[in-house]
Design a protein around this ligand. Structure first.
Ligand SMILES: Nc1nc2c(ncn2[C@@H]2O[C@H](COP(=O)(O)OP(=O)(O)OP(=O)(O)O)[C@@H](O)[C@H]2O)c(=O)[nH]1
Ligand SMILES: [Mg+2]
Length: 192
């Protein structure tokens, strides 16, 4: 049993070459900006501000490593889907991510976060295609599931079916619902 409450921030890295020295299995969290990455890390670890540092300006383009119970690293990737001040953050994101994925034998699982209320963006689809093509284990994590009503839940399911994603591993989560978080924790444990 992994104790998710025993979690600490280790470091922010501009690329994977600068990852923490101690080698551990890694679980990567990706998703567009505002999908709920930091909130999910805080909810899983029951720490209000663990992932707070990563949302400060300047940290946004870094990979943030969190140690969970000395068992594995949760890696918070920068959110994609926005360009600021004329900088093509998506290009930087793509470069950082390809360097992250290259020869990464520690990577056990990619959690692709998707907002329950939104359709997949081109970036979301690109990531899904990428992990499928490269046979990287992944799971879809629907976030903010508390914000959708029954009708929207059916529409979401229909949409996932249409996208050919319904047979993938899907977790329906809300940071307000502990049972949804427990299922995700089990899924993470099983991947390690
Ligand atoms: N109701 C509800 N709100 C959520 C949930 N998860 C996240 N949020 C809200 O969504 C907003 C964005 O969450 P963040 O965790 O900051 O999103 P992020 O993906 O880390 O965003 P970036 O760091 O910009 O990439 C916050 O206002 C959260 O409170 C959820 O399960 N339910
Ligand atoms: Mg964040």
């Amino acid at each position: 049993m992994i104790n998710f409450l025993n979690a600490t921030f280790i470091k922010s890295c501009p690329n994977r070459n600068e990852k923490p020295q101690a080698q551990k299995p890694e679980v990567l969290i990706v998703g567009r900006s505002n999908v709920g990455k930091s909130s999910l890390i805080n909810a899983l670890t029951q720490k209000k501000k663990l992932a707070f540092t990563s949302s400060k300006p300047g940290h946004t383009r870094l990979l943030n490593y969190y140690d969970v119970d000395n068992q594995f690293y949760l890696v918070d990737a920068p959110g994609y889907g926005y360009a600021k001040g004329g900088i093509d953050l998506d290009r930087l994101f793509a470069e950082m991510m390809s360097s992250y994925f290259e020869n990464n034998s520690d990577l056990r699982l990619v959690l692709i976060l998707l907002d329950a209320r939104r359709e997949l963006s081109d970036d979301d689809l690109e990531i899904v295609e990428y992990v499928k093509e490269n046979k990287i284990p992944f799971a879809l994590v629907i976030t903010k599931y508390d914000k959708v009503n029954q009708k929207e839940k059916s529409a979401l399911n229909k949409y996932l079916k249409e996208m050919g994603l319904v047979n993938e591993q899907v977790f329906y989560t809300s940071i307000l619902k502990n049972d949804s978080l427990s299922l995700l924790k089990k899924g993470i444990e099983n991947s390690l």
